[in-house]
Design a protein around this ligand. Structure first.
Ligand code: HEM
Ligand code: HEM
Length: 184
């Protein structure tokens, strides 16, 4: 039997694929971003280019994902979860979406204001977001680093919450974001 649109019990396959693909990419970008300034050229430049292109990919995927989110039903939380916790989760999820937009934007602004191009895997360059301004590049570098630290904390809390629900509360919260059978 078809579920009514609002009472689905898991995320749609598209939302699930996007969630896990983007989680992998974001964690990869975080690790590579933290290590890449210690590399030696010319390999270093290749890695910077890949970091930048994949960061822009995250920006594009986030807009697509939000478009999907607003046009498809999201499963309601299990009734065992207190209201305040549901609200905390909502705030955390929207903060994650905000960071998935602000991280790439701050990186793009950093590169543009430093006078560097942002090449999309060598296929074409993104337009410069800002004119060259070295002081501003320093500001966006700080911002990018600060946001990255915030993202790390939030993802750690988010992951801990997901695992806690699965292994401690033993509810459906993690399973509805995993591929699986219809009835969870
Ligand atoms: C979700 C997307 C992104 C994540 C998670 C991410 C993460 C990071 C992290 C963790 C660092 C190291 C910060 C530090 O401790 O110094 C970094 C550095 C950097 N990121 Fe990103 N980044 C993203 C997107 C981008 C984009 C789109 C660009 C440019 C178009 C970019 C350009 C840079 C540059 C140039 C650095 C090196 C700064 C330096 O050391 O001089 N990032 N990134
Ligand atoms: C960089 C890594 C990650 C990011 C950026 C991220 C982001 C998000 C976002 C934005 C949502 C909200 C979905 C929506 O309702 O629109 C979400 C949901 C979810 N995430 Fe993650 N996530 C990450 C990693 C993980 C990991 C490692 C786990 C494993 C425990 C996980 C488990 C979940 C679960 C279970 C939900 C559904 C929560 C609910 O139904 O209310 N996520 N994630």
């Amino acid at each position: 039997m078809q579920h009514a649109a609002i009472t689905v019990d898991r995320y749609t396959p598209v939302a699930i694929v996007l969630h896990w693909l983007m989680a992998l990419l974001v964690i990869g970008l975080w690790i590579v971003g933290s290590l890449m300034s210690d590399l030696t050229p010319p390999f270093k430049y290749t890695v910077y280019d890949l970091h930048k292109a994949t960061g822009i990919l995250i920006l594009v995927l986030t807009f697509f994902r939000l478009g999907w989110r607003f046009t498809h039903p999201v499963p309601a939380l299990p009734s065992s979860i207190p209201r305040w916790k549901g609200q905390l989760a909502r705030i955390a999820h929207w903060a994650l979406y905000a960071l998935l937009i602000l991280m790439p934007l701050s990186g793009w602004a950093m590169s543009s204001s430093a006078g560097y191009p942002v090449s999309i895997y060598g296929l074409f360059d993104m337009p410069a977001l800002l004119d060259k301004d070295v002081a501003l590049a320093g500001f966006f570098k700080e911002t990018h680093e600060l946001l990255a630290n915030g993202l790390l904390l939030l993802v750690a809390a988010h992951t801990a919450a997901g695992l806690l629900h699965h292994y401690y509360y033993k509810d459906t919260v993690l399973r509805r974001m995993l591929p699986g059978r219809k009835g969870l």
